[in-house]
Ligand binder design. Structure first.
Ligand SMILES: Cc1cc2nc3c(=O)[nH]c(=O)nc-3n(C[C@H](O)[C@H](O)[C@H](O)COP(=O)(O)OP(=O)(O)OC[C@H]3O[C@@H](n4cnc5c(N)ncnc54)[C@H](O)[C@@H]3O)c2cc1C
Length: 175
């Protein structure tokens, strides 16, 4: 696939570097509607091999195909009640294919975001009114953050997404 044919359908609107190896990327869809999701689910982000690697990453051997989209799964870290953007916690793997390219993105840069959301790591089976403590470190804080940020959230019912009245207390402990 040629670069021009790769549909880089999303735009970085915020980049928050928590440490040199952990960042939060805020992404908006470029002229399409972000899909519904449940806290705990993930999307897929992608960049072409032609995208520049971050200066703190290792050189790539052999170099990636510049025309091919490199895709990886990332847990959605923003509230499921927010439809305007999605946040992702990304940990840098210096020898990796995608994260060095994600770390090199700046505000306004484009990337690929899967229109389809997936994942079964949700709290649908937690009984009403129960407290939930989620313990995570580094990039896995993403799942905790989205649960905490969604005081009530959407679940998939027989007739599509609906909002529940359940509330959850979540504690994320940075390890
Ligand atoms: C459902 C799901 C959700 C995920 N959510 C997140 C998320 O929210 N945030 C996030 O940062 N990542 C998340 N990941 C991991 C992510 O998909 C990538 O695997 C990761 O970012 C590395 O991608 P890469 O292309 O840079 O490295 P790759 O090119 O895939 O890997 C290069 C080498 O590094 C190793 N490696 C891969 N990941 C790590 C790591 N974390 N530490 C050390 N070595 C590693 C690989 O085994 C391989 O040897 C998730 C994965 C899944 C399956």
């Amino acid at each position: 696939m040629k670069m021009a044919e790769l549909n880089l359908n999303a735009i970085v609107v915020q980049k928050h570097e928590l440490t040199p190896r952990l960042m939060i990327l805020r992404i908006v869809a470029n002229a399409w509607q972000l899909p519904d999701f449940c806290p705990g689910q993930f999307a897929v982000l992608g960049l072409p091999g032609a995208a520049q690697r971050y200066m703190l990453s290792e050189p790539e051997m052999p170099p990636a195909d510049p025309h091919k989209l490199i895709r990886r799964a990332y847990s959605i870290a923003s509230s499921s009640l927010t439809r305007e953007y999605m946040d992702f916690y990304v940990g840098l793997v210096t020898s990796g294919a995608l994260t060095p390219r994600l770390f090199n993105l700046d505000i306004g840069d484009r990337l690929w975001l899967s229109p389809k959301i997936a994942g079964l790591f949700t709290l649908d089976d937690v009984p009403e009114g129960k407290n939930v403590v989620l313990i995570a470190g580094q990039a896995t804080l993403a799942g905790c953050r989205t649960c905490g940020a969604s005081a009530s959230w959407r679940t998939r019912g027989a007739f599509g997404p609906r909002r529940t009245t359940r509330t959850y207390s979540c504690a994320a402990i940075p390890l």
